[in-house]
Structure formats: C-alpha cells, structure tokens
Ligand binder design. Structure first.
Ligand code: PLP
Length: 474
C-alpha cells in the first residue's frame, strides 16, 4: 500500500515513511492510494478478539512491516488497557478493550479504558510502539511536536514517555484544559517529555505546530515528527474499533447494519469511521456531533466551511474551529482531485471560508451527516442518562448522545452506536453541574494524580518562541 498527499505533491511512499512524515511535505495530508474492499472477510473478522482484528485491519495498510513484528506491535499497544469482562448477554466471551453497552435507546462504544482514559490511547499507544520500532531499525531520532486541546497531549505523553530515540513537546492552551487533563500531562516527569503551556487557544497552538512543520529546513534539522490526528497511523488505529463496535452491536441485536454518532473536533475519529465504511463495513449513517464550535455541523447543513470564533465549552477537546482532518474528506469528495483541494484550501486560507458543491439530490455525502448539541442539551443528557439508566457519561460523549437522540437516527431501524470518547472522571466539573454531585465520577488512576509533582514551561503565543524552545533542546 502506497500513500499520496491530498495536495498532489508527494510521490507515492510506503507506510513507514508516511508515518514518519506526519504532515505531507507539500502541506497536505497523506492517504492510501486506495481502500481495500473487505466485505468478503467481515464474517470471519466478526469472530476475532480486538487484538487479532486490529492486526488484520492494520496489516492491509502497513504491508512494509513483517507480519510477526506487526503482531507484536499491536499486542503491546493494547496490553496497557484495563480490559473489561464481557457482558452476560453477549456472544463474544473474551475480555474487552472496547466494550459496547446498550444504554436506553443507544449502544455506547466505550473507548476510555486505556492509560489516559480517552479514546486517543487507541491510536497513541500504537503510534508509540510504531515509532520505537521504525527508529530502532535505523538508529534514528525523532522529536515529536504536538498541539493538544487536552486529551491528545496526555495520550501522546503516555504513548511516548521513556521511549528510546524520541522526545515529545506538547503545546496546550494555558488554562483551557481540564485540571485532570493538565495533571495527566504535567505529572509525567520523564526527561524526554516537555509540556508547553501556551498563552493562546488550541487553534493558536495548532497553527504554531503547522508553522514549525512547514518550515522544511527546521523540520529536517530538528527531525520533527507528528502525532496529531493528521498522522495516518492514528486514523488507521481508530478504524479498528468501528469494525469491532459494529460486530458486537450486530451480534447483540441481529441487525445487518449500524449507524454511528461521533463527537468531533478535528474530524480524525469520524474520518476513521468513514474509512471503515469505504472498506465495506455496513454503516447506514455516520453522524458527527459538535458542540457550539460547530464549523463542521454548519458545513454539512450548508456546504460552506467557514471559520468561526472558538468558544470554550464543557467538551474542551472539541473546542476547535479548524478541523485538521477535514481536508482528507475534501480530497475523497473531489474524486482525489488534488488541484481542486488546493483551490479550496487556498480560498479558505485567504477568506476563512470555502464552498463545496452538492450532489443533484442536495446532499454532500451519502453516509456522512452532522448535528450539534449546546451546553444545556449536553448537561441534560448527562443528567437524564444517569437518572434513567444509572449510566454516567462524560460531556464529549454526551454531545454525541444528545445529537443521536435529536436526530431520530435510532428510530430509523439500524441500531445507533455512540462513541464514548472519555471517562467521566476526567471531567468532574461537568458531572457536578449536570447531576449535582461531582464526586460521582471517580477512577483510581485519576485519584492517584492528585498532589503529584508537576513540570510545565509557560511560553508566549509566538512561533519564534516555540521554535527556539524546541531548538535549544534537540
Ligand atoms: C479528541 C477528542 C474528541 C475529538 O476527536 P477528533 O478526532 O479530534 O474529532 C472527542 N472527545 C474526546 C474526549 C477527545 O479527546
């Protein structure tokens, strides 16, 4: 499998090179040249454990890594999770890293049983092992620079801490991540971990990281690597749980297809679902859900992708107005026409807005659609699911569940799988506001962080300052 750029300026490259490149050298994003059709394997895949399924999916895209090595990488990546015993009404009998729970009208795919209690562990544990493997082959060194709205940073730090040949620089918007998220990052004191508290928003941090990567001499001299969801390996690791979640839900309900609702910020997670559908997973509807930072839900309603102002919400990992993976969808939507993508992205850079023509029936995509839930709806969903079903969910998950209920998808026949992207104990303030009791949300790994020694480096919202900080330490 070879990889190409959405901007058309990278000759086809193999998987390992695509992983190490991160952002494509022409400023675009890397994508496989084609998506394998797996429809004739679904029945066999439905019988596999998470780990075995992950190996089968990933090997189709990572064919330049020998099978035994890849199997070991995948095994190590999910061994750090806390597997959950299977539910009694379930056909699958093994312990689960991604359990599906029927809760009221929806099925909740719990993706928060990894070391930092958010779905990003699925991708970043894998990426950490992948980096170590590839770097070990060449005796090379890599300096990961990443912007985070909260969860990417902690997942990246826990995926990369202590690894040979890797340093990790994490930029978080100072004061705009939850206290638990901040502690999960700054309490890691390994020598190869640098937490930068940036005086700005997440989008500012993202812009600075993109600025460092587009300065090619700097990128080469300091061997920069990316772990943002722009890195293809992250999307790839996330494709797996769409298959897994669909299989568990179909076997429980007898349905032949499912719909997904995905709380969305950078469009990485939902794009992984889009890839699964393109490979032949029977997905009726793939609905992204945003909070008040709704550039994507406005786009799927209007065809116009236009920049808004970032407002802080209860779901900070979705407080994003520039969805860095959206370009991948644009490229596929344009029939892989890189010139068209360049024209759209130029328009967006110039005017803060781009417009995509609709199909004859008025839609933008046969599978993908969107919805939005505001703070009041999010809080009410947390409150009601706790009161009615005894199920506590985090505010990101609640945005998705709220959108799922409002959309009427659940009435449409196919069961609705809502991705639960974080453990509620990461967001006790929101739980307290919704239910009146912040202490409902507890988790031993969160309790253990309290009072731990921390380290962080405050920096101004300035590309030069960050570049100098990185240069001085590499
Ligand atoms: C990162 C994150 C999201 C958004 O995922 P994207 O891939 O950026 O769309 C949603 N919920 C939580 C808890 C997250 O950490």
């Amino acid at each position: 499998m070879k990889y190409v750029s959405t901007r058309g300026g990278v000759a086809p490259i193999p998987f390992k090179e695509a992983v190490m490149m991160g952002l494509a050298r022409d400023g675009g994003l890397l994508l496989p040249e084609s998506f394998p059709d797996v429809r004739d394997r679904l029945a066999d895949w439905a019988k596999l454990s998470y780990e075995s399924l992950a190996f089968e999916v990933v090997r189709l895209f990572a064919d330049d890594i020998p099978a035994d090595d890849l199997r070991a990488i995948v095994r190590k990546s999910y061994a750090t999770f806390s597997p959950v015993p299977p539910a009694p009404d379930q056909a699958w009998t093994g312990p689960e890293v991604a359990p599906v729970r029927p809760v009221g009208p929806v099925h909740v795919l719990e993706l928060f049983h990894g070391p930092t209690l958010a779905f990003k562990d699925f991708a970043l544990q894998f990426l950490g092992n992948l980096f170590e493997y590839v770097l070990g082959e060449g005796g090379r060194e890599l300096n990961v620079v990443v912007a985070t709205s909260g969860d990417t940073g902690s997942a990246a730090i826990h995926g990369l801490r202590g690894r040979k040949g890797v340093r990790v620089f994490v930029l978080h918007p100072a004061g705009r991540v939850s206290p638990v998220q901040e502690l999960q990052m700054t309490s890691v004191l390994d020598d190869n971990v640098f937490n930068i508290a940036l005086a700005g928003t997440f989008d500012d941090a993202q812009r600075i990281v993109k600025g460092l990567f587009s300065d090619l001499p700097f990128k080469d001299e300091h061997r920069l690597g990316a772990v943002n969801s722009i890195n293809w390996a992250r999307v790839l690791a996330q494709v797996v749980y769409y298959f897994y979640g669909a299989f568990r839900t179909m076997e429980r309900t007898g349905a032949k297809e499912v719909s997904f609702v995905v709380p969305t910020g950078n469009f990485g997670d939902v794009f992984a679902g889009y890839v699964a559908a393109r490979m032949g997973l029977p997905v009726r509807r793939l609905r992204l859900a945003t909070n008040e930072n709704d550039i994507l839900s406005r786009f799927f309603a209007s065809g116009v992708y236009s920049l808004g102002r970032v407002v802080p919400t209860l779901s900070p990992s979705m407080d994003i107005q520039i969805a860095s993976n959206f370009e991948r969808w644009l490229f596929l939507h344009a029939g892989r026409d890189a010139a068209q993508v360049r024209a759209w992205m130029d328009a967006f850079a110039k005017n803060g807005s781009l417009e995509v023509p609709r199909a004859a029936d008025g839609s933008l995509d046969a599978t993908l659609c969107a919805g939005r839930a505001d703070t009041a709806a999010t809080l009410e969903t947390i409150r009601r699911f706790h009161a009615d079903f005894g199920y506590l969910m985090d505010p990101h998950t609640a945005v998705g569940v709220s959108v799922a209920l409002a959309s009427g998808d659940a009435a449409g026949g196919a069961p609705v799988v809502c991705l639960s992207t974080a453990h509620p104990a990461k967001f006790p303030d929101a739980i307290g506001r919704a239910t009146g009791d912040a202490s409902l949300a507890t988790e031993p790994r969160v309790e253990a962080l309290k009072g731990a020694p921390t380290r962080k480096f405050p920096l101004p919202n300035d590309l030069r300052a960050v570049a100098d900080f990185v240069a001085a330490r590499t």
